[in-house]
Design a protein around this ligand. Structure first.
Ligand SMILES: Cc1cc2nc3c(=O)[nH]c(=O)nc-3n(C[C@H](O)[C@H](O)[C@H](O)COP(=O)(O)OP(=O)(O)OC[C@H]3O[C@@H](n4cnc5c(N)ncnc54)[C@H](O)[C@@H]3O)c2cc1C
Ligand code: FES
Length: 329
């Protein structure tokens, strides 16, 4: 059987060699050799396994445009769960090699301690895990909806090391998670998957721009909390926060507290219901970005695509843009 040498390169400079049999995906080959690269859906839908192929030939099985846009594919973007090498390949993953250990943590059980209304159509959900969950600010995990064969992804709004985990969950008509939370499951148990995702705080220094749409604010609260308690403070942080209506905004108190410790400026906009209306990308301004600026985007896929297009047009390096799309389950 033909086998190809794969060199998996990580953000911290680590490289790991594995071999892939013809017809095997990069994910399958790596897993077979005990290298659990980050994956979630394993069917080309979520982008958690996104990487760049630096050299070699391969084919990509079917995948969603939301997980990998045609522009990203044209620039060498691949999904490790869909990529079948046809030659030796070098694949570059945009996260540190230390992150590939998280799967070893496995799922843990957690007890719901609070479900409350944080804003219109947004719940605050707090869960006490039975064992510590080690995550990086910005990451997400999958929560099982008890009694249903359904798992849903939510970004941590709490900080690593806190006893309880906090999430902000959007109400969606007829939804599985929505149905469970509507019945106030405080005191009930659920299962929590391992922390996942390439979206996490990179360098705390320099200038940082956070762009959040709707409940996309959740991971930004975790990132901001980490920046506030860290020794190295950023030069400036600007949060651009868009919602459909002003009453869908949450986290105002927490943001005000964070602004006491951080050089934080918050700009908000709503699609309707106030004097200045529009999309969050209308808050962009060329003066915000520069070579040393890290931009974090989180929210609905169209918002991320529009923001990426604006940043690319403005000449911001793609390597300094980090994004999490809140894809449909
Ligand atoms: C990495 C990641 C992190 C996420 N983090 C968060 C988070 O912190 N907070 C949060 O509120 N959501 C988050 N999401 C979205 C979330 O996982 C689910 O999509 C959503 O909460 C499902 O809710 P539900 O079970 O009530 O509805 P479902 O049973 O999944 O669906 C009910 C209806 O809503 C539609 N729908 C489902 N998901 C979406 C969506 N994302 N946008 C628009 N329509 C949708 C479905 O098509 C269906 O018609 C995240 C998604 C991803 C991929
Ligand atoms: S794991 Fe979801 S796209 Fe590969």
């Amino acid at each position: 059987m033909t086998a190809h040498n794969l060199t998996l390169v990580f953000e911290d400079g680590t490289s790991i060699r594995v071999t892939a049999n013809e017809g095997e995906t990069v994910y399958q080959a790596a897993a077979r050799q005990n290298v659990p690269i980050q994956t979630d859906c394993r069917e080309g839908a979520c982008a958690t396994c996104r990487a760049i192929c630096l050299s070699g030939s391969f084919e990509l099985d079917d995948f969603s445009d939301d997980a990998l846009t045609p522009e990203e594919e044209a620039e060498g973007g691949v999904l490790a769960c869909r990529m079948k090498p046809h030659s030796d390949c070098v694949v570059d993953f945009p996260y540190a090699a230390s992150l590939i250990d998280v799967d070893a943590a496995g799922p843990v059980r957690g007890t719901v301690t609070e479900v409350s209304e944080a804003a219109r159509d947004v719940w605050r959900l707090r869960i006490r895990p039975e064992a510590p969950v080690a995550f990086l600010p910005g990451q997400y995990l999958n929560i099982t909806v008890p009694g249903q064969d359904a798992q849903r992804s939510y970004s941590f709004a709490s900080l690593p090391g806190e006893e309880e985990l906090e999430f902000f969950v959007r109400r969606l008509e007829g939804g599985a998670m929505t149905g469970w939370l509507s019945g106030d499951p405080t005191g009930e148990e659920t299962q929590l998957g391992a922390p996942l995702g390439q979206f996490y705080l990179r360098r705390p220094g320099g200038r940082i721009v956070l762009v959040a749409g709707g409940t996309g604010l959740a991971p930004m609260l975790s990132i901001l909390g980490e920046l506030a308690r860290g020794e190295e403070k950023p030069e400036a942080v600007t949060l651009l926060y868009g919602t459909n209506t002003p009453d869908e905004r949450f986290g105002a108190e927490r943001l005000a507290e964070l602004a006491e410790t951080l050089p934080l400026e918050v700009r908000t906009i709503a699609v309707e219901g106030e004097e200045r209306t529009g999309f969050v990308t209308d808050l962009f301004d060329a003066e915000l970005i520069g070579e040393q600026t890290d931009v974090y985007l989180c929210g609905p896929p169209p918002m991320i695509d529009a923001a990426r297009a604006w940043l690319s047009e403005a000449g911001h390096p793609a390597s300094r843009t980090f994004a999490e799309k809140f894809l449909e389950s």
